[in-house]
Write a protein of this length. Sequence first.
Length: 69
Amino acid sequence: MAKARRTTHRSRAGKKLYAVRDKSGRFKDIQTYERSHRAELAKKSKAEIAAAKKKAAKKKTVKKAAKKR
């Protein structure tokens, strides 16, 4: 899946805006840079999710080994 194309604009107040376009080129969503940037930072990549799962599984096996002693 291709990443959404974004065009930057400025609001009347001077804040930076991102305009997300759909496949046909029409505006799908317009949001402030602050909001979109915060959402991107909160979203984890597939690699980060896989690493977290691996770490959790490792932690679980260590706890089981400690209980057996």
